[in-house]
Structure formats: C-alpha cells, structure tokens
Write a protein that binds this ligand. Structure first.
Ligand code: GLU
Length: 374
C-alpha cells in the first residue's frame, strides 16, 4: 500500500538515534535492518542508505561527551566516527553477501551540475553492481554556511539525484499527526498525504521534538518530503526503532505516505527543459532531428556543428538547420571534443578523441520542446 514493494529504487534515511547506542553502534538493530535491506535487494530492488551517526560515534571515540561541541570538535568527531560507522555497516551487510560503499557528499555535489553528474554516475554504477551505497554529509570539510545541515534533506536530494521512487525517513514517531500525539489525545494519525498543503505543514510544529542524538524534527522531514515530492518520489515517514522497519511498513504498520506530485522522469525532464540556462547549441540534420523527436539519443553522426563553449554535463539547445529548437539536453562532451566528432559514426569517436562517452546527448537526458514530439 505504500508502494515500497513495487518501488525500483529506494532511499532509506537512518538517523543517529537508531544506530548509536550507549556503547557505540547498535549492532543488533543494524543486523536486523541489514536483513531487511538484503530482502529488498534479493527482490531486485535497489537500496541506498543515507546514514547519520558519524558525529555521535566519534564523540564517544574521542571522549567528547560534553553537551555542545564547537564546529571543529564536531568535524573532528565526524572524521573519527565516519570510519566506525562504515565498519558497522559493512559488518551488518556482509553476512548477506552485500557490499557497502561509502559516499560522502557536500551540498555542492548535488547543486553544481558537473559534480552532480559525476556523483550520480558513481551511484548508478554501484547500484548496478548490487552494492548498497551508504551516504553521509562530508562533515569534515563543510562549514556551517554550506551544509545541508540535516540528513533528511540530504536524503531527499540524493533521492532526487538518482530518480528514486520512494524515500523512507526512519523516525522516532510513526508518521504525521494532526497535533502532537504526546500531549494531545485528539491527535489523529495521517496515513496518506496526497499533497503538501500549508495546513499539513503547520501540523509539523511540535509533532516531533528533537531526539537529542540527531538533528531534524518533523519540520525537516516535511522539507525533505517537499523536495522528494517535486522530484517524483514518494516519502514514507515511519518508526525506525523496530527491528525490521521496512518489512513493518509493508506489513501495514503505521506510517505516513506523502505522495509525489509528478514522476521522477517527468521531474527530471522538466528540470532540463526549464531550470537550466543552456550553455550552447547543437545544430542537427533532418535525420537526427527526426530521431530525437521520436525519443532517441542524439548521435554525433547527425550533428552538423556546435555553438558556444559548453562543458561536459552542461545543458544545450538542439536545433535543426532552419533554427527551430527541437529539444534541450545534457551534453556528454565538452564543446571542443563535440565539434571534433560532428558527423562521425559512434565507432569512430574513440579513435578521434581517445575516449568515448557514448551519444552526444543520451535519450534519458533529453527534454523535447513542447511542439516537437513526433
Ligand atoms: N552527518 C551527521 C552525522 O553523521 C548527522 C546529520 C543528521 O543526522 O541530520 O553525524
């Protein structure tokens, strides 16, 4: 009913409070959760985990137990704790024959397009290899001004980056209520939120006080859900402290599902078509124009010339020789290399450049102009 069973790609955010007990990583919870993840993987679903816990584990390691840490102390704790965190994930996943891979991101990695594309390519490769990427913020290098700040938002950005269909935020409450259930007996649980209205957002106030170990309360969960929803990804907020929280959701235990407002593919195409300033253009012959209109990749063979100084990963306009815009897309070669391979068959690209990145613009990265669809 949450769509978890039908999802192809799932991002699960695990907070510090779940992972870190009084004596370090909570191996028992992790072992049960790893079994839950392995079950999804065995069904052919791809799972990425966004895991907090570096600061909490590092504090213990470095005996920094006083309440408030300075920023350099927090960063030192994260540096010492991140390796312990990864060891805990590896030990939990290993019995299932599943490898973990560490990915540390900063905000720029999801906002600067070139880095975004690189990070996405790495995550795609790991997922295709059956690995469970374990993502955290790269706390040791970010300053307060450029932080995501909380892993709920980081998880939503990662879900957007990889076109996930479901984002699961494991929390210390089993979803969203109309009021704070701890002090208002009339509070009602909301199993399904079709749209994030201002009224729904107002309910987040006080519904989930900070737990003391991690950051984000319910307001940051809704901020994350807003990012996910616009990216075509459903958000599930549920209790994380159960041994197998994903199975529990599938079995119908309490959760709140916030529905997406679009599909991942449509959100991605809208982003290419609308949000990016094109850095150049590719002028294509009639055959290539037809192919692109039918949803095919743009091959170098059909490109007559390039315009502008674009970089690999930049948005470009695709025009026919009469100057009509056909589509926009993300180009896989920088301008100079693109110019050198204009008109070449795909097999000849490697000889010309010493490498190949495939088609000039891949079909997945193309958004047709409104009037251009065949
Ligand atoms: N990145 C932080 C850590 O691993 C946690 C941030 C959060 O929980 O929101 O300790």
């Amino acid at each position: 009913m949450t769509g978890l069973a039908g999802a192809k790609r799932i991002v699960v955010k695990v907070g510090s409070a779940l992972l870190v007990g009084a004596d370090g990583a909570d191996a028992q919870w992790l072992a049960a959760f790893a079994a839950d993840v392995a079950r999804l993987r065995a069904r052919g679903q791809q799972v990425l985990v966004v895991s907090s816990g570096a600061v909490a584990l590092g504090r213990r390691r470095l005996a920094l137990r006083k309440r408030a840490l300075t920023l350099p102390e927090k960063q030192a704790a994260a540096a010492a704790g991140q390796s312990a965190l990864m060891r805990a994930w590896e030990e939990a996943l290993e019995p299932h024959g599943v490898h973990a891979a560490q990915i540390l991101l900063t905000r720029d990695d999801t906002e600067v397009r070139r880095r975004w594309l690189n990070a996405r390519a790495t995550v795609e490769t790991l997922l295709a290899l059956g690995v469970v990427p374990v993502v955290n913020e790269n706390d040791t290098v970010v300053t307060e001004e450029i932080r995501y700040g909380d892993n709920d938002r980081l998880a939503a950005r990662v879900a957007q980056m990889i076109g996930a269909d479901v984002l699961v935020l494991l929390s210390d409450v089993d979803g969203l209520y109309t009021a704070d259930p701890r002090n208002d007996p009339s509070a009602e649980h909301l199993p399904r939120v079709p749209r994030l209205t201002p009224q729904i957002e107002a309910m987040a106030g006080g519904a989930n006080a900070e737990s003391g170990v991690g950051t984000g309360g319910m307001a940051t969960k809704l901020a994350a859900a807003r990012i996910a929803s616009a990216a075509g990804c459903a958000t599930v907020i549920t209790l994380g402290a159960r041994p197998s929280p994903l199975r529990a959701v599938e079995d119908g235990e309490r959760a709140t599902v916030i529905e997406p407002s679009t599909t991942p593919a449509a959100a991605y195409k809208a982003w290419i078509a609308g949000s990016l300033a094109p850095a150049g253009a590719l002028v294509v012959d009639e055959g290539a124009a037809q192919a692109v209109r039918r949803g095919k990749s743009l091959l170098a063979a059909g490109v007559r010339r390039t315009e502008g100084r674009f970089d690999k990963g930049d948005a470009v306009v695709i025009r026919d020789e009469a100057g009509h815009e056909i589509a926009r897309g993300l180009v896989r070669y920088e301008a100079e290399d693109a110019e050198r391979i204009c008109g070449l068959k795909s097999e000849a690209i490697e000889a010309a450049l010493g490498y190949t990145s495939g088609p000039l613009v891949h079909a997945d990265d193309l958004a047709l102009a409104a009037h251009a669809a065949a």
